[in-house]
Ligand binder design. Structure first.
Ligand code: BEZ
Length: 218
């Protein structure tokens, strides 16, 4: 199994989903993508998470980000589960969920729980942990976070990271601790002071390596 490192091209795959066969790289196309995995259908934490992503879907779309879930059950079960998710969260979930009963994608993406012997199905197959991956239009992995099955993810944080990545790609800036869109940003260390004078007039130097400027997108 290849190690999935930030900065590497994510593996391509073809898999069944609730919206037909997905060829992953082709499906991403020119967009960004968020792929997030689930330990199983009809489970409580996952149900709340999928409802929240369905609610936030327009926020992802605004940022040109496609979202896709993955769970280790088959597509027919996913389709029944989506009805529950929509009922519980009062949403209309419209993004695909991959059916990965064989764990083919989860294995390729190193999403399977390695340690917990209780985190297995009746046949002894491991469940996935809660991984969330952000992938850019070049299919490069930009973020990967793994959460335990017991803890629901915070998808506003994923949107915040996407905002930071997209801003940094466009303007040669990085974002400090607890940054929120509109807050001041840090000039990338690769930018010289001379370049900064032109690119970010009135920037503020706290240390030679810590230079703040206003959020260039506002
Ligand atoms: C849940 O979604 O609630 C869950 C799934 C698998 C293990 C533990 C919790």
């Amino acid at each position: 199994m290849p190690v999935l490192r930030l900065g590497s091209i994510v593996p391509d795959f073809a898999s069944e989903s609730t919206q037909g066969t997905i060829h992953f790289h082709e499906w991403i196309g020119d967009s960004w993508a968020v792929l997030f995995s689930h330990p199983g259908d009809f489970t409580p934490v996952c149900t709340t998470e999928l409802g929240e992503v369905a609610r936030l879907h327009p926020e992802f779309q605004k940022r040109k980000v496609k979202v896709i879930g993955l769970s280790v059950d088959d597509v027919s079960k996913h389709k029944k589960w989506i009805q529950d998710i929509n009922e519980v969260a009062q949403t209309n979930l419209s993004f695909p969920i991959i059916g990965d009963a064989s764990r083919a994608v989860a294995s390729e993406y190193d999403m399977l729980d390695a340690l917990d012997p209780t985190n297995r199905d009746a046949a002894g197959m491991p469940f996935t942990v809660r991984d969330v991956l952000v992938i850019d239009p070049q299919k490069i992995l930009r973020l990967k976070i793994s959460y335990p099955a017991s803890t629901g993810r915070h998808f506003q944080e994923i949107l915040r990271v996407i905002d930071s990545l997209q801003l940094g790609d466009k303007h040669k800036v990085t974002t400090p601790v607890n940054w929120q869109p509109g807050d001041k940003v840090i000039i990338h260390p690769s930018v010289s002071n001379e370049q900064a004078d032109t690119l970010f007039p009135n920037y503020e130097t706290v240390k030679p390596y810590l230079r703040y400027t206003k959020d260039p997108s506002v």
